[in-house]
Design a binder for this molecule. Structure first.
Ligand SMILES: Cc1cc2nc3c(=O)[nH]c(=O)nc-3n(C[C@H](O)[C@H](O)[C@H](O)COP(=O)(O)OP(=O)(O)OC[C@H]3O[C@@H](n4cnc5c(N)ncnc54)[C@H](O)[C@@H]3O)c2cc1C
Length: 321
């Protein structure tokens, strides 16, 4: 078994597989270490009694990244993405969310059910429109990291002009990350049932920015034909076709660091594997607090992470020069 790689990627979830697919196509020798028995993380499906079930997400947010990324990796022919439709279901009405006018209809319908709350609902709707426009500007960005130059030249100037009013609101929008959705709604509404309807989709403590801006994210959802697993499988095949290696049931216990630079990992079975780079696509707190010797960690950073409330999924590169 090989014991030297250009890059070791910790975690075979969607982030880890994407990082590895790029690294492998650039010619790096890559090892993906996934502690579970299968790759995919939240992006997985399973079959039961002739039906396919997804384990995590309901659909995938494109956010100006997913589609261009599949194109860049030449996987757009392998995975067929469909527009994923969301509907809001009320006791007497089914509102399929396809564009802005459906959101208007949703608030109107709620107003008919809660006539005493109409004024407050109008205010919430107004705020939600502002937030949604801002979210829209974020998710429709022609992303310079993924888009081809010809597409950037075509779409970026128009996007910038359209986004100027939203861009100017960035500061006030960021403040809404600090206010829980339910608290924000209570400023305008007094009916607890109505507040529950508007916030019930989200986990406790969801920021107002996320909860009220979400309606626009629905328009940006896509779904891979055949289930979420199709994305995971396409990325895994791409990695293997480009001479990458994927080890499942393989937990990383330690990132080996010397003089502030990573040079490999130690696995749960004690084996040490060397690499030029270590990419962690695991939870940030787990990466820095469990996998790295505290003596190697910058102290203030370690303390800040210790007090952070939730771990943020994402990719970190700990490079060795
Ligand atoms: C409740 C919820 C709903 C969501 N809904 C949506 C949605 O509808 N649409 C959407 O686009 N996004 C959605 N998201 C966001 C989406 O799920 C994440 O952005 C995405 O799945 C993150 O992928 P990841 O690879 O970073 O993390 P994960 O999928 O968590 O993968 C991390 C992987 O790393 C492995 N790992 C961790 N530590 C180690 C270790 N030490 N050694 C080896 N392996 C390790 C884990 O086993 C796991 O497989 C949702 C998230 C949540 C929590």
């Amino acid at each position: 078994m090989n014991n030297n790689y250009n890059a070791i990627v910790i975690g075979g979830g969607f982030s880890g597989l994407c990082s590895s697919a790029y690294l492998a196509s650039w010619g790096f020798s890559v090892l993906v270490c996934e502690q579970a028995s299968e790759t995919g993380g939240y992006f997985r499906s399973f079959n039961r009694d002739g039906f396919k079930f997804d384990t995590g997400l309901k659909a995938v947010e494109n956010a100006g990244m997913l589609i261009p990324m599949l194109r860049q990796l030449k996987l757009d022919n392998k995975v067929k993405l469909m527009k994923s439709q969301t509907a809001l279901v009320l006791p007497d009405r089914f509102v399929a969310l396809q564009d802005k006018k459906d959101i208007n209809l949703f608030y109107e319908t709620l107003g008919n059910h809660f006539p005493k709350q109409r004024t407050g609902l109008k205010a919430v709707h107004r705020e939600s429109e502002k937030i949604s426009d801002w979210v829209n500007f974020l998710v429709t960005i022609p992303n310079p990291l993924f888009e081809e130059p010809k597409n950037l030249i075509k779409h970026l100037p128009g996007w910038l002009v359209r986004s100027l009013p939203s861009l100017a609101r960035t500061f006030s929008m960021n403040q809404l990350m600090e206010i829980p959705l339910t608290e924000f709604l209570r400023r305008y509404l007094s009916d607890t049932e109505l507040i529950r309807i508007l916030s019930g989709l989200f986990f406790y403590g969801t920021p107002a920015l996320f909860g009220l801006g979400y309606s626009r994210i629905y328009f940006d959802y896509v779904y891979p034909e055949g289930g979420l697993q199709e994305l995971t499988s396409a990325l895994s095949e791409h990695i293997l076709e480009h001479n990458g290696e994927i080890r499942t049931n393989t937990q990383v216990k330690e990132i080996l660091v010397k003089d502030g630079k990573a040079f490999g990992v130690r696995l749960a079975d004690g084996q040490k594997v060397n690499s030029d780079f270590v990419v962690s696509a695991s939870d940030m707190r787990h990466t820095f607090l469990d996998l790295i010797d505290p003596a190697q960690l910058e102290q203030t950073y370690g303390k800040r992470l210790q007090h952070a409330e939730i771990g943020v999924p994402g990719s970190k590169v700990i490079a060795r020069q």
